[in-house]
Design a protein around this ligand. Structure first.
Ligand SMILES: Nc1ncnc2c1ncn2[C@@H]1O[C@H](COP(=O)(O)OP(=O)(O)O)[C@@H](O)[C@H]1O
Ligand SMILES: [Mg+2]
Length: 166
């Protein structure tokens, strides 16, 4: 079987980091934290309001390097994970949260009103899901509404989907 490289994407606050860790544990996979990679390699600039603008070609390059340098299954997580090159990913998970719940979470994380609204709107408009399907095709994209699920249950849902049980 080909090596599994699973991207986990979603709007901030949808539970990517928690899900990725739980999934990797189940699969005995390595986690590639895209945010950490972007920080470490300093492949971003800051715009006027402090938002990170990531250099996407460099991000893809560094990701490919990281994948090639490792063996076995990998889980790569971050809100840009669905923008990674198609030929290096076997599955793309897009985590979803109902906008009203997401709004609460982002406020609890001390996001500004503007940032919270932007993210809640992006979630309501299915932006990441739409981008993921455009790039990877519907057969490789797994949308999971994790609003009411515990991380373990979300992982189980995905593994069941992989096994064609769902
Ligand atoms: N399925 C879930 N149900 C309830 N709370 C969750 C769930 N997944 C994540 N959370 C909470 O939401 C917040 C964001 O989770 P995190 O994994 O950091 O999201 P992301 O990496 O997508 O920004 C955390 O406070 C986490 O405890
Ligand atoms: Mg995270």
């Amino acid at each position: 079987m080909a090596r599994m490289v699973i991207a986990v994407s979603g709007t901030p606050g949808t539970g990517k980091s928690i899900f990725a860790r739980a999934l990797a544990k189940k699969l005995g996979a390595k986690v590639i934290d895209l945010n950490a990679l972007i920080e470490k390699k300093k492949i971003y600039r800051l715009d006027v309001d402090g938002t990170k603008i990531v250099n996407l070609p460099k991000m893809r390059e560094e990701f490919v390097r990281a994948v090639r340098a490792s063996r076995g299954p990998a889980v790569v997580e971050g809100l840009l994970a669905h923008l990674l090159p198609k030929r290096y990913l076997t599955h793309v998970v897009v985590l979803r949260t109902r906008p009203r719940i997401l709004e609460r979470r982002l406020r609890a994380r001390k996001y500004s009103k503007t940032k919270t609204r932007e993210n809640v709107e992006a979630e309501a408009l299915d932006i990441i899901l739409w981008e993921a399907v455009q790039i990877h095709g519907i057969n490789r994209v797994y949308e999971i509404d994790a609003t009411r699920l515990k991380p373990g249950a979300t992982v189980k849902l995905f593994l069941d989907a992989l096994a064609y049980k769902k």
